[in-house]
Design a protein. Structure first.
Length: 118
């Protein structure tokens, strides 16, 4: 499956952005989609994830209450609504998909840059 991430940009601190991750197709094996980010000089970290079935969500502590992950099954798209953005949220954001029975996210999108100015 191919993933297409979009929606990044430049925003002032306190502002909002919505990222989109569109999957080229869905199969019954697709279990979960996650958003990750990597800032310059730092390791990649998980931001949020959601299951295709049931919509179970999980968030990294620093984004809880500010970011919301959601999905539109009909459009094969997962969204990440980011509010109250902070300069430390600046990073390249990636979406990735994990199949049933797999512990790793095997399919990755190309990344979209989010820059938050102070």
């Amino acid at each position: 499956v191919q993933l297409q991430a979009s929606g990044g940009g430049l925003v002032q601190a306190g502002g909002s952005l919505r990222l989109s991750c569109k999957a080229s197709r869905r199969t019954f094996d697709m279990f979960e989609v996650g958003w990750f980010r990597q800032a310059p000089g730092k390791e990649r970290e998980s931001v949020a994830s959601i299951t295709w079935t049931g919509g179970r969500t999980d968030y990294e502590d620093s984004v809880k209450g500010r970011f919301t992950i959601s999905r539109d099954n009909a459009k094969n798209t997962v969204y990440l609504q980011m509010n109250s953005l902070k300069p430390e949220d600046t990073a390249v954001y990636y979406c990735a998909s994990r199949d049933i029975g797999h512990s790793d996210f095997g399919s990755w999108g190309q990344g979209t840059q989010v820059t938050v100015s102070s």
